[in-house]
Design a protein. Structure first.
Length: 149
């Protein structure tokens, strides 16, 4: 089974991404999200740009056991308890991965204008909580990105 990803060339060097439909029955959400494949992220997380796109009310989400830290500092972190990621696989069908999806929100008011602009273009991340279930194939030269089982 293969999930085809893509290289996002607006990043230098190009960054590996994969598309997935984020589904939460509890939140009544079912939308396509581009996830940056990030082997440095221990957990998958929805960040500010997609938080706005998905129109999530973070106040309704349970606070995570601990906040997430990374580029941009430590951020308020919540959890979507019933998250599913739906990936299109090589036979054309959808494959479901269940997870507790983290949702991270920066305190935008504490950032200067340039930092705020950068935070609002940062993609959501597909982390090792999902990646560990797959073999990652990444070959920029041949323009290949796959998650394979």
């Amino acid at each position: 089974m293969r999930i085809k990803g893509f290289l996002e060339r607006k990043f230098d060097p190009p960054a590996p991404f994969v598309k997935a439909i984020l589904v939460s029955e509890e939140l009544k959400v079912s939308k396509l999200v581009d996830f940056h494949i990030d082997t440095g992220a221990s957990a998958s997380i929805i960040l500010d740009k997609d938080l706005r796109y998905l129109k999530l009310d973070v106040a309704t989400l349970r606070k995570a056991e601990r906040n997430v830290g990374g580029i941009g500092g430590v951020i308020d972190t919540r959890v979507i308890e019933d998250a599913n990621l739906m990936f299109r696989i090589d036979d054309g069908s959808l494959y479901k991965e269940r997870l507790k999806m983290l949702v991270g929100r920066h305190n935008l008011m504490s950032l200067d204008a340039e930092s705020r602009r950068l935070v609002l273009v940062m993609p959501s991340l597909l982390g090792r909580d999902i990646l560990r279930r797959y073999k990652l194939i990444y070959n920029e030269r041949s323009d290949e990105v796959f998650l394979e089982r």
